[in-house]
Design a binder for this molecule. Structure first.
Ligand SMILES: *[C@@H]1O[C@H](CO)[C@@H](O)[C@H](O)[C@H]1NC(C)=O
Ligand SMILES: *[C@@H]1O[C@H](CO)[C@@H](O)[C@H](O)[C@H]1NC(C)=O
Length: 439
């Protein structure tokens, strides 16, 4: 393991750490060795990576009950019927297969269950659970997306896949529940993740784990911890690191553009018509999970048409106006309550965000045509999440009594949402936090 790599390590520390930590370079050699052994010699705390929304793969299997939009979508071969539905090859699909993809990805809201599920006859699963290599970029021109760079950096530090380094891909169509809320997908996912962490901890002399999530994965990480029993958190979570989490308590204005015009830039399937992608996206729980919240955005007009402006209080009306009346009920029943959940995770927590990047703050659809690109008024943020929403997480959750003593907020000026997990400066700060948690 890493303990055998002290030479490599000191080279890496030099490369990766900000000046503040390089103080060890000025120590006499014997003390320096001690400092390195202090981090790796005692063994590493296992780490679990939870990547952003587009990163996990999905597999599906079709049963007779499946009624495809066109007959050819029912014919799929694969081992025991399983095939890759959302993978790093989905971008290559031709128009016909893309139509099937869009159809089979759809969710329905089951009002009796009060929960989302697949279309009848479609079964799905997330491959690669447990592995940090189990998910990855779906955009061929951006192989660095999805925590790939961070994973490689951790490996150079001595982290090893399956020993100390793990991953927890999730089904990106579902949003994690707040404490006390039911979710068929996440109740199983949280159980598996708890088991993964217990096993990892056992394999590493009982050392508790670091849980790190980026973007939507940051929300999954936060909700996983908030949903776990307190004594379990104390025993098994060493540190929580959320990088630009798109949290439901705040939401962000850009989430509205995906609802209005489709998940452009989120899910890359060039052959699929934009309208089809939009109607698929609108069936996802994820689509309504991060709409702007009243607690953060108040009465500010977020969407403006000639006849009306919509504030965060008017999201249900806006869903109807954009032609998505079906989303109103799940929004009210499942997502609205999350907007008032400010429970702290109650574990040591590092919260990293980017600021100072132009970020949509108001959308103007003057003639009321929501299918067209809006005129955008920009404000502060990371190009996706508004600064107001980020600061609210800090104030309302991070500064809760019992949390604030072990809460650290790091703001990186000029670093965009996706770059927070790839940018050199951001990575070096992340590694610093991970080393600090290991000290
Ligand atoms: C695509 O995903 C598969 C399975 O996770 C992986 O083995 C392969 O290396 C990936 N290909 C690229 C180009 O990332
Ligand atoms: C605005 O309201 C008027 C009168 O109610 C209506 O005729 C018109 O279609 C509306 N325009 C838009 C863009 O919604």
């Amino acid at each position: 393991m890493g303990a055998t790599l002290p030479g490599l390590l000191s080279a890496l520390l030099l490369l990766l750490l900000p000046a503040s930590l390089r103080v060890r370079d000025h120590l006499p050699a014997s003390n320096r060795r001690e400092a390195e052994d202090g981090v790796v010699g005692r063994g590493l705390h296992p780490i679990v990576l939870i990547p952003g929304l587009s990163c996990p793969d999905l597999e599906a299997r079709l049963a007779d009950a499946y009624r495809p939009s066109t007959p050819r979508c029912s014919r799929v071969q694969g081992e025991e019927g399983w095939f890759g539905l959302w993978t790093n090859r989905t971008w290559e699909l031709d128009a016909e297969r893309a139509e099937c993809f869009v159809d089979q990805m759809r969710l329905v809201y089951d009002a009796v269950l009060g929960d989302f599920r697949n279309l009848p006859g479609v079964e799905s699963r997330v491959p690669g659970f447990g592995s940090a290599r189990g998910s990855g970029s779906k955009v061929p021109t951006h192989p660095e997306f999805c925590l790939g760079t961070l994973r490689a950096t951790l490996e150079r530090l001595g982290y090893r896949e399956g020993e100390t380094l793990f991953g927890a891909p999730y089904d990106p169509r579902y949003a994690p529940p707040m404490p006390g809320q039911a979710s068929r997908f996440y109740s199983r996912y949280f159980r598996r993740l708890a088991r993964l962490i217990e096993d990892a901890s056992e394999r590493n002399s009982g050392r508790p784990a670091i849980v790190l999530g980026h973007s939507f994965g940051g929300v999954v990480a936060l909700e996983f911890v908030r949903n776990a029993p307190l004594p379990w958190r104390d025993s098994f979570v060493k540190h929580l690191i959320t990088v630009a989490p798109t949290w439901s308590g705040g939401g962000y204005v850009r989430a509205l553009t995906a609802f209005a015009t489709g998940p452009v830039g989120l899910l890359f399937v060039p052959a699929a018509p934009q309208l089809a992608m939009r109607s698929m996206w609108r069936t996802f729980e994820t689509a309504v999970a991060t709409l702007p919240s009243p607690a953060v955005f108040g009465r500010r007009p977020l969407v403006v048409t000639r006849n009306r402006s919509y504030s965060a209080y008017d999201m249900a009306d806006l869903l109807v106006a954009v032609g998505s009346a079906d989303a109103v009920r799940p929004f009210r029943e499942r997502e609205l309550p999350k907007m008032d959940c400010f429970e702290a995770p109650m574990v040591p927590w590092t919260y990293m965000i980017g600021t100072g990047v132009p970020t949509a703050e108001q959308l103007i659809y003057w003639d009321g045509d929501f299918g067209r690109l809006p005129e955008v008024v920009y404000g502060d943020g990371d190009d996706t999440i508004n600064l107001a929403s980020m600061l609210a997480l800090e104030e309302k959750v991070g500064k809760q009594p019992g949390q604030k003593e072990r809460f650290k907020s790091i703001k990186l000026a000029g670093v965009r949402h996706s770059a927070l997990a790839t940018d050199e400066r951001a990575l070096s700060i992340l590694m610093d936090e991970i080393l600090e948690a290991n000290r």
